[in-house]
Every structure is written in C-alpha cells, then in structure tokens.
Write a protein that binds this ligand. Structure first.
Ligand code: NAD
Length: 485
C-alpha cells in the first residue's frame, strides 16, 4: 500500500461545506490515501478585509501539498474583491482547465445522449490578463495577449490528454479569420504540435460555427482545445447541454500545482438544507485522484457514482418522475455512493482508469524562442483628437514625420479614416496614427527617432495617449493592417 498523499481542502461557502462533506465521505469510503490539510477561503476571509479571499497561511499549505480540492465560495457583492479562482490560477500557473462533459442518458435528461466531450481551456492568457485601460472619454480597451509558450503548453496538454485517455480526436476552436495574429498563433501552434501526434485526428473550427455545432451535435467532438475566453463560455455550454452544470467537475493543472473543483457556484439559496448535489465537486475529486496517482480509487468511486445515478438515486436538481427512483439529500446521496463501492454500472459505460497516466501530464520539450531578426520600423501613435476632422489631424501630423518615416494612415476603432476615408465612418475621440518606414525600403529606426517624433507631436498641440511599436520579424510585419489599408 502506497503512503498517503497530502492535499489541501477548502470547504468554501453556501452549499460548499455540505457537498465537500459528502465528497470526502465517498473518497474515504473508497479508501483514498489522503492526508488532508484544511484552509479557510471565501466570504469570511473577504469580509475580514482580505481582498484576495485567502489568508497568506493558506498559500503555505498549497505550496506544501501542491494539490487543492476546493468547494465553491461566495464572492461578496460590491467592488474591490478579487476572484479567488483567477488569483489561484495565476499564482500557481494553472494553465490548463480540463472539463469533461458527458451525458448520462437516459438517467439524466439531455438532448444529446451520445455526448462525451472534454474541453481543454487555456487558463492564464487571452483577455483574462486583466490589462484594461481608459485613456479618452469615449474608449476603453482590454488587451488580448496570446503567447507562443502559453499556446504550446495548452495545445500539447490537450494532445497528451487525448493520448493518455484513449481519445481519438483533438479539435481547436479559434477566431483566426478576424484575429489573425493572436488566434492565428494559437491555430498555428495547434497545427505544429498536432503534427507530432499522427495517431490522433486533428481539426480546426472557427469558434462561431464550432460553438453552434457543439450546441447542436456535440457527439462529433472528442477533445476541444481553446483559448481562455471561448473556453470559459463554451465549457459552461457543454456542461449544461450534457445534463446540468451541477454535474460537471473541473481540473486546473499547472506544472507544480493543481486545483480541483465543481464548476458551479455556492448556490447560497440552497445552503444548509441538505439539498445540493455533490456530484460536480465529487467528479472534480475523481480527476484529483487520477492526478495524484490513485487511479485505482478513482475508478472504484467513479463507478459507484455511476451506479448510483443509474439506480435512480437522485438529488432534487436531477430528479425526474418516471426515471428517478428515490429523491435524496446531499448526505444520503454520498451514503448511497459509498454503499455501491465495488459495483459497476450496467447500462452506463463503466470507467476504466487502468491505463490512466501514472505521471502528471506536464512534461514537454524545452521552449525554443524564435530567433528571427527583429527590427523597429515605426509606431502606431494613438492620439486624443476629440473634435477636428481626420484631414485636419493628418495635415498637422504629416509634416512631423522624419527619420525616414511617413504618416501611413489614420484609423479610428481599427477602420482606416485617412487617406481616403469615408464621410459615413463613425469616429470616436481616439485615433491611431501609423508612422512607418516605407514598406519597400528595408531598414529600421531608432527609439530616439520615435521619442523625437512623440515630442514633435506633443509640441504641435496633439496629445498622444499610447504608443505601440511596429516591428518586422525577418522582414515580415509583426502587426496587422488597418481595415481598409
Ligand atoms: P450557482 O452555480 O451557485 O447557482 C446557479 C443555480 O444552480 C442556482 O439555482 C443553484 O441553486 C443551482 N445549483 C448550483 N449548484 C448546485 C448543486 N450542486 N446542486 C443543486 N443545485 C445547484 O451560481 P450563482 O447563483 O450565479 O452564484 C452564487 C455564488 O457563487 C456567487 O457568489 C458567485 O460569485 C459564486 N460562484 C463561485 C464559483 C466558485 O467558487 N468556483 C463559481 C461560480 C460562482
């Protein structure tokens, strides 16, 4: 018998303590080999004046155990409270969010009886970097950051997951027909890394039609890997159409640490009534058992859970006259699962974790940074220009270009408005002014030349509010053209 694995447990808020109690009872009944350290997180910690919702001592426990089983928490209403999930994901680099969405037809109602999809969501980047600004009266921005190492990590994880769990296909969703550089990079990395997995089928869908297909015919998908925002939205859609968001668990995996949870919240209105369904948290805990190398226990308790569902022992949220046999509370549901340990479902497919990976799926080749020649060739200078016309702005700026650069274009909300703008184009109080070396003239400019240009612009009475440098990589532009440029 192997020795116990230390884990950190937080009972959370609302229904959290009840569903955690039931989950731990099932794990214990299945013989999970765990040493549990408990920490306090959530509402009480927030209200004690800690905006992160977690005490510094709790981080110590997580650093020690590196495995976190977390019940949902209540984020108090009002500003200033940071999302504990986002903080934990970022602090521990939990880059992969894994959410299996499976139908349990005919025992749990779904329009998609054959659905069996695993969503692999990138968890750290994209618009979730939290870099937002307001510079002018009219416009706010959120930076969407996609990195090559970040994309490589998540895409490789998706393929490794597929291989380890006997999945046949990995699909990638992006919107690279519009976001050619950010989503384009994610898609490119998917193609590059996918080529290393000839045994696995690969496909790419534009996220809008992919999402429509997922909602309509989820059985055509197997593993789907996505950047953060699409993954956030579509993993909830997938869980809901599989049967209920109340049934899905998720794993947040990093190189050194991992967090397991239900996908639903703390359901405060159901708290303290022994009503809530513990299945989401339980299924998160099953992923945890596999992760810590206790696939034997994971298989035993997961099959007992499937048998309980199949026997019609259901909490109120999945109870259906004619299908369900017994309506039970949180605690009794846990007891029903424990009573079935050792049994397997007959109609539902039993799980088999005998081939589950015995090591965490995080090893990968070292990252190789691109070595292309990088040259500064100009800048997009955003200016505050609330009232004048675009022709007037261009007339002010054109004479200021020097050091080989030219004013190439003005664009407003990405739409080219000079030269050759259209009178009908709606404009706001921030305009992007592209100063650039002519494309047919190789070379580069210095940062000092840019500084001089910014000073001349400011002296001419135009306020610059942001500068975005333009670089060529091996002579190829590392920036997009304006719409209409
Ligand atoms: P919720 O997921 O708590 O509840 C949505 C609905 O689903 C409610 O009708 C609820 O009764 C039902 N429900 C959820 N889980 C259930 C379960 N296990 N059994 C039976 N019914 C269940 O979402 P909400 O009401 O929008 O949020 C409540 C609180 O949870 C908020 O404070 C929110 O910030 C927090 N939240 C936390 C997490 C987390 O900790 N990971 C995630 C989402 C929301």
């Amino acid at each position: 018998m192997s020795k116990n694995t230390p884990i950190t447990v937080a009972r959370g808020d609302g229904i959290g303590p009840e569903i955690m109690e039931a989950t731990l009872a099932i794990l214990k009944g299945g013989g999970a080999r765990l040493d549990i350290e408990e920490i306090e997180i959530g509402e009480k910690v927030y209200l004690r004046g800690n905006p992160a919702g977690i005490e510094p001592s709790a981080w110590e426990s997580l650093r020690r155990t590196k495995v976190f089983l977390k019940a949902p928490i209540t984020t108090p209403q009002g500003g200033g409270f940071k999302s504990l999930n986002v903080t934990t994901r970022k602090a521990f680099g939990l880059y992969a969010n894994i959410r299996p969405c499976l139908s349990y037809d005919p025992f749990i109602r779904t329009k998609h009886p054959k659905m069996d999809v695993v969503i692999v969501r990138e968890n750290e980047e994209d618009t979730y970097s939290g870099i937002e600004h307001r510079r002018t009266y009219d416009v706010v921005q959120c930076l969407k950051l996609i990195s090559r190492p970040g994309s490589e990590k998540i895409v490789r994880y998706a393929f490794e997951y597929a291989r380890a769990y006997g999945r046949k296909k990995v699909t990638c969703f992006t919107k690279d027909n519009i976001m050619k550089m950010t989503d384009g990079l994610f898609h490119k990395v998917f193609d590059e890394i996918g080529a290393e997995y000839p045994d696995i089928e690969k496909e790419h869908w534009i996220v809008d039609i992919g999402a429509a297909k997922l909602a309509d015919t989820p059985e055509v998908f197997d593993v789907i890997v996505m950047p953060n925002l699409y993954g956030d939205i579509l993993s909830d859609v997938a869980a809901q159409i599989a049967g209920s968001v109340g049934l899905a668990g998720s794993a947040n995996i990093g190189d050194g640490c991992a967090m397991f949870e239900a996908i639903h919240g703390s359901a405060p209105r159901r708290a303290g009534q022994n009503l809530a369904n513990p299945s989401g948290l339980f299924l998160g805990a099953v992923q945890m058992l596999v992760h810590i190398g206790q696939a034997d226990v994971a298989e035993k308790v997961h099959n007992a859970w499937l048998k309980t569902i199949e026997d019609g022992v259901h909490t109120y949220d999945i109870f259906r006259e004619g299908v369900s046999k017994q309506k039970v509370g949180t605690k009794e549901f846990g007891q029903a699962v424990v009573a079935r340990i050792g049994q397997k479902p007959v109609k539902l497919k039993p799980v088999d974790y005998s081939k589950a990976p015995t090591r965490p799926l995080t090893s990968r080749p070292p990252y190789k940074r691109d070595t292309a020649k990088r040259e500064l060739v100009g800048a997009d200078i955003f200016v505050f220009w609330p009232t004048g016309t675009m022709d007037q702005l261009a007339a002010k700026l054109q004479p200021l270009a020097a050091d080989g650069m030219k004013l190439e274009m003005l664009s407003n909300r990405g739409m080219k408005v000079w030269p050759g703008g259209m009178a009908e184009t709606f404009t706001v109080d921030e305009t992007r002014c592209r100063f650039q070396l002519p494309e047919d003239k190789p070379g580069s400019i210095s940062h000092e030349a840019l500084e001089r240009l910014l000073n001349r612009i400011q002296k001419a009475g135009v306020e610059w509010v942001k500068v975005e440098n333009l670089y060529n990589f091996n002579g190829q532009p590392g920036f997009s053209r304006g719409q209409g440029q």
